[in-house]
Design a binder for this molecule. Structure first.
Ligand SMILES: NC(=O)c1ccc[n+]([C@@H]2O[C@H](COP(=O)([O-])OP(=O)(O)OC[C@H]3O[C@@H](n4cnc5c(N)ncnc54)[C@H](OP(=O)(O)O)[C@@H]3O)[C@@H](O)[C@H]2O)c1
Length: 343
């Protein structure tokens, strides 16, 4: 199985730094059975159930990756859950506990709270007593995720005002995957000694084809931060990129230690990946469209064993074209080719 991530959408749209040359097989994580081992490979056997990070190419029936990025799947974890686990939970854990030092009584603001990382953040926050979580998400998701987030805010609302209504002093941790003009707002919401972490740039996915102009426009909207102001206001600003940590900065040992802690929390039934839907490899277009349309609650999984749902004769095969203005679909998947297979 393959975990689909927002970054896959960004890769497809060319919204990342130094995209690899095409032809390209996308994908950064998967789960499955070990089919072959290198001569020097130790610690795994043919037939082992494993999950892994892959530096591209996880969207396939057979995947090859160095052993340092592979982890055994616990007996009670299924393949879809395992494909949904590494990226979301390691990212959420490292940001909360290794960068921001989340402790009892603190408060956290997370964007895209109904998504893969957002739900992992919510679950990990619930492992610490008395943590308040503010989360922004499209309003149709609120009913489904209301038990995991203390204060839900519509993604179109003025979240600064909404947070301040409940907590006039702001929050201890802001997790920003939107970037753009949200940096200033996030920093402004921090309590003294609070931590702002930038870990994504979802706002750069606009549906526009990448051009020098669209890229420059996006970067122009990113707010500039004065370090002297951080010093005067006792604020911490950080960035986090798991893929760079793994594939460019050789920190797989540190990530393995985090995976061990996460698997212990899983075995204690304190965390559990939320799977939105399963899709056949042939349905990847519709699956990506569901993320683009903000329809997912939790993680989308490509299932190589799933047979594609037959196309409906009167269905449109149109997806939104690059360059079109984004429309609000809010989970309305009715005019798509196939409907998601909900587990
Ligand atoms: N730095 C890292 O190491 C790292 C690792 C993993 C993920 N990330 C980042 O974390 C964020 C969440 O990733 P994820 O894989 O868990 O995805 P996700 O949250 O499941 O992504 C889909 C959701 O993002 C929200 N969204 C925000 N801006 C959007 C846009 N322009 N177009 C479509 N949807 C948008 C939508 O939810 P609402 O409409 O409900 O807001 C949508 O349902 C992404 O920015 C991703 O790049 C970073």
């Amino acid at each position: 199985r393959v975990g689909l991530n927002f970054i896959d959408l960004m890769v497809r749209q060319g919204n990342i730094d130094n995209p690899p040359k095409t032809p390209l097989v996308p994908g950064f994580e998967c789960s499955g059975i070990v089919e072959g081992l290198g001569d020097t490979a130790k610690g795994f056997e043919i037939g082992d159930r494993v999950m892994a990070f892959v530096n591209y190419s996880s969207w396939g029936e057979v995947v090859c990756t160095p052993m340092e990025f592979v982890y055994k799947i616990p007996d009670d974890m299924g393949y879809p859950e395992a494909a949904a686990f590494p990226m979301n939970f390691v990212t959420a854990y490292m940001m909360l506990f290794e960068v921001a030092n989340l402790r009892e009584g603190m408060s956290v603001l997370v964007h895209s709270a109904g998504g893969g990382v957002g739900q992992a953040v919510a679950q990990l926050c619930s492992t610490i007593p008395d943590v308040t979580v503010f989360g922004t998400a499209s309003s149709f998701k609120h009913e489904a995720i209301k038990d995991s987030i203390t204060h839900l805010i519509d993604r179109n609302a003025d979240y600064v005002q909404e947070v301040k209504k409940v907590s006039p002093d702001g929050v201890d941790i802001v997790l920003d995957c939107l970037c753009g003009e949200n940096t200033g707002k996030g920093l402004g919401l921090l309590k003294p000694l609070g931590t702002y972490i930038l870990y994504g740039s979802s706002n750069m996915v606009t549906g526009e084809t990448k051009s020098f102009f669209s890229f420059a426009k996006s970067w122009w909207q990113v707010e500039k931060v004065n370090p002297i102001k951080l010093y005067e206001e006792n604020k911490v600003m950080a960035g986090f990129s798991l893929l760079n940590l793994l594939f460019k900065q050789s920190r797989s040992d540190q990530v393995r230690a985090v995976m061990d802690k996460l698997l212990a929390l899983y075995s204690q039934k304190k965390i559990k990946p939320l799977v939105d839907s399963l899709w056949a490899l042939e349905e990847v277009k519709e699956a990506m469209q569901r993320i683009h349309d903000r329809g997912n609650i939790g993680k989308l999984i490509l299932d190589v064993e799933k047979t594609p749902t037959p196309l409906m004769a009167n269905d449109s095969t149109e997806t939104s074209e690059a360059g079109e203005e984004e429309e609000e679909h809010e989970g309305d998947n009715g005019s798509k080719e196939r409907t998601p297979f909900i587990q």
